[in-house]
Ligand binder design. Structure first.
Ligand SMILES: Nc1ncnc2c1ncn2[C@@H]1O[C@H](COP(=O)(O)OP(=O)(O)OP(=O)(O)O)[C@@H](O)[C@H]1O
Length: 254
């Protein structure tokens, strides 16, 4: 069976030893979309993301990336698929034993056969674009949270992936850094043509960045659509998320 979306989940069940966290997940994401995945804490957003990036084998169903069944392909083909994917993990997950530069060079070294000097150049270009190239020789413990987030995004994007997954890209960032990150994700889509899938609690990000939002509740997808459409939904799970964080009024607004 073939898959035509950039990402396709078919009848996916995923979870841990005891029982699946999510079941019956069907989702298609097309090239060039920015899709946000939202849901209450513990609803399974990160679990779904792990399954989509090859880190958590589904209990049932399939994950297709670029038309390839991720868990049914041989390790070599899976590596080729994953070299087209960038991941910004929750809490950045920089390797503490490696410098900032080595962290950003890591995907190139692991997933490609490019010469090291080319990978070095790509990493420096990406760090410079995000305004953190002067931190290249530092260790991750010696940079701030906002800087770590930029470094992590540089690492996720160093191979200019067609598909980028981000787990909580703006968590623990101040509003200015959150806006920088948001602008950067939009730029990756608009200038680089990447497709962006993000898990977030930040409703500002949901409203301002996403073309489409997928709401996870009660072990499955309970709603999906443009944020403006979901805003008016009468589904109680959707209402809870949007009403908990109503649209911020402009200064001087009603
Ligand atoms: N490694 C694990 N082993 C067993 N259970 C886990 C593991 N990781 C998460 N869970 C459980 O799976 C469920 C979904 O967790 P998940 O982290 O996907 O939720 P989430 O929606 O991303 O939450 P949050 O918004 O708080 O980050 C939770 O009940 C959680 O306790």
């Amino acid at each position: 069976m073939t898959a035509s979306g950039l990402v396709e989940l078919r009848e996916l069940a995923v979870g841990y030893a005891e029982a699946p966290v999510l079941t019956g997940i069907d989702l298609r994401i097309d090239a060039g979309e920015i899709v946000s995945i939202i849901g209450a804490s513990g609803s399974g957003k990160s679990t779904l993301l792990r399954a989509m990036v090859g880190l958590l084998e589904p209990a049932a169903g399939a994950v297709y990336l670029f038309g390839q069944d991720l868990y049914a392909t041989r390790p070599r083909s899976r590596g080729r698929v994953l070299s087209r994917v960038g991941v910004l993990f929750q809490n950045d997950a920089l390797f503490s034993s490696m410098s900032v530069l080595d962290n950003v060079m890591f995907p190139g070294r692991k997933l490609t056969d490019l010469p090291d000097d080319v990978i070095h150049e790509l990493a420096l270009i990406e760090l410079a674009r995000l305004g953190v190239d002067e931190l290249a020789e530092r260790m991750p413990q010696a940079i701030s949270g906002g800087q770590a987030k930029r470094v992590a995004l540089a690492r996720a994007n160093v191979l200019a992936p067609e598909l980028i997954f981000c787990d909580e890209p703006t968590a623990s960032l101040d509003p200015i850094n959150a806006e920088v990150l948001g602008r950067e994700l939009t730029r990756l889509r608009d200038a680089q043509g990447s497709t962006v899938v993000l898990v977030t609690h930040d409703m500002q990000v949901v409203r301002s960045l996403s073309d489409r939002t997928v709401v996870i509740a009660a072990g499955g997808i309970c709603a999906a659509g443009a944020p403006a459409m979901l805003e008016g939904s009468d589904n109680p799970h959707v209402q809870a998320l949007f009403r908990l964080d109503p649209v911020r009024q402009a200064p001087g607004g009603e």
